[in-house]
Design a protein. Structure first.
Length: 137
């Protein structure tokens, strides 16, 4: 695997959601020209919002990019792994976040942290394969 460019790490102790999103945008602008930045920023917003609403408020965001992959991880203090639930059909807000996330990423996973305290939700984007270059060019 390619060496990671320096990764971005932001926590709720030092930042709010808007600043974390802006830090992610800056990181991607400076280090990853192939990924759909709007999709990554929307996923960051959804995962951080979920951490605030359902994960006890504290969160840590880690973003790392290589020439082939972008990885976003959000850790929080809630050990319950999110499930993709049916969207609320009664007009009340909520229920669409994880649907949005799964549509925008190459892959997604969530797991309880090894110590059993909290969880990490990981979203990955893989760079599409480039077409082969014709010989002689």
């Amino acid at each position: 695997m390619d060496a990671l460019t320096p990764r971005l790490v932001v926590t709720s102790d030092q930042s709010d959601l808007a600043a974390a999103r802006q830090s992610t945008a800056d990181y991607l602008r400076d280090g990853c020209d192939w990924v759909d930045r709007d999709a990554v920023l929307l996923v960051v917003s959804e995962l951080l919002s979920n951490a605030v609403l359902h994960g006890g408020g504290w969160w840590r965001l880690v973003v790392a990019a290589t020439a082939r992959q972008v990885r976003v991880e959000v850790e929080d203090h809630e050990s319950h792994v999110p499930s993709i639930r049916q969207a609320n059909s009664h007009g009340a807000p909520g229920g669409m976040g994880m649907h949005i996330v799964t549509k925008l990423v190459t892959s997604y996973e969530a797991a309880v942290n090894p110590a059993g305290t909290g969880k990490t939700v990981r979203a990955l984007w893989s760079r599409p394969a480039l077409p082969p270059t014709p010989l002689g060019m």
